[in-house]
Design a protein around this ligand. Structure first.
Ligand SMILES: C[S@@+](CC[C@H](N)C(=O)[O-])C[C@H]1O[C@@H](n2cnc3c(N)ncnc32)[C@H](O)[C@@H]1O
Length: 276
């Protein structure tokens, strides 16, 4: 019987992987929280490696297809529509009425993964009669998830839960008004998609590319160490107009950033802030 020896991923192995990802693919993971990063690499090693750590390191450095697979595993892409419905409810009540004073709206979903959050907000904007004047940019580090986001096609089996989330977010019609069902998928209608563009952007190394009225970056900072969280909050501060809104995930906060003083709290529980 074959005897597979487990590859143990410790601090040294993680450093080598981080170095290789930076050197061969230009992606800097050195500021990510080590605990979850190590767990994820260990999981990949347990699944994929029939060989040694050096084989794994070589594959991730030299083999583009393997690298993309690896990237998908280490960047957590889990998302859903109207994730945390009470957050979207607060956006309806506390953010959109303020945004309605503007003639045009620039919106950035940073690290949007496969785009469910972007479509959720587009529904809210439509219901507040703000979609027509909105330009929505979705970005992520991972080009693969952006392909799904662009298509706006999602497995229909998730939509019972998404419909309930939508209702709990204050939705008044049926979520099915916004998509067509086809062969087990739900395809979002083009009037929602028309306002969106998606592109690659790395929060660690890429800069600001516009001034926004609203930036959503939820469930991403949680994977970063505190100095990197502060770097990203600084990027957002510089990318917002005065009076612009910043929305973070429920377990995230501005506390670790010197820039916290540039924001007022709009909803402490839902992590909604406004640049002053
Ligand atoms: C858990 S998902 C969050 C999706 C969505 N915002 C939500 O809350 O449902 C985290 C996303 O962050 C992206 N990500 C991780 N590091 C990033 C970076 N440095 N720059 C841009 N995106 C990054 C991942 O590719 C992943 O799609």
């Amino acid at each position: 019987m074959e005897n597979h020896k487990r590859i143990e991923i410790g601090e040294g192995e993680v450093e080598k992987i981080i170095e290789a990802l930076n050197r061969y693919h230009g992606i800097d993971f050195s500021g990510y929280s080590r605990a979850s990063f190590t767990r994820r690499i260990q999981r990949i090693a347990d699944k994929d490696a029939n060989g040694t750590f050096d084989t794994l390191l070589h594959r991730v450095s030299e083999n583009k297809d393997y690298f993309y697979k690896f990237l998908k595993e280490i960047t957590v892409n889990v998302t859903e529509m109207f994730r945390d419905p009470s957050f979207f409810n607060s956006v309806r009540k506390n953010v959109l009425p303020e945004l309605s004073r503007q003639q045009s709206l620039q919106i950035w979903h940073a690290a949007c993964s496969t785009g469910e959050e972007v479509y959720s907000l587009a529904v809210l904007l439509h219901e507040a009669s703000l979609l027509e004047r909105s330009t929505i940019r979705g970005t992520d580090l991972n080009p693969e998830v952006l392909l799904t986001a662009k298509q706006g096609v999602y497995p229909h089996r998730n939509f019972q839960e998404y419909g309930q989330n939508y209702e709990r977010s204050g939705g008044k019609v049926s979520l099915s008004e916004y998509y067509e069902a086809s062969y087990g998928n739900s395809i979002f209608k083009s009037f929602l998609k028309d306002k969106m563009t998606f592109s690659e952007h790395n929060l660690v190394t890429d800069g600001s590319f516009n001034k926004f009225n609203l930036i959503m970056c939820r469930n991403v900072l949680i994977y970063f160490q505190k100095p990197l969280q502060a770097h990203v909050v600084h990027l957002f501060k510089n990318s917002l107009v005065t009076g612009g809104f910043l929305c973070l995930g429920s377990k995230e906060s501005l506390l670790f950033s010197d820039d916290r003083l540039a924001f007022e709290v709009v909803d402490a529980k839902e992590k909604i802030y406004r640049k002053i």
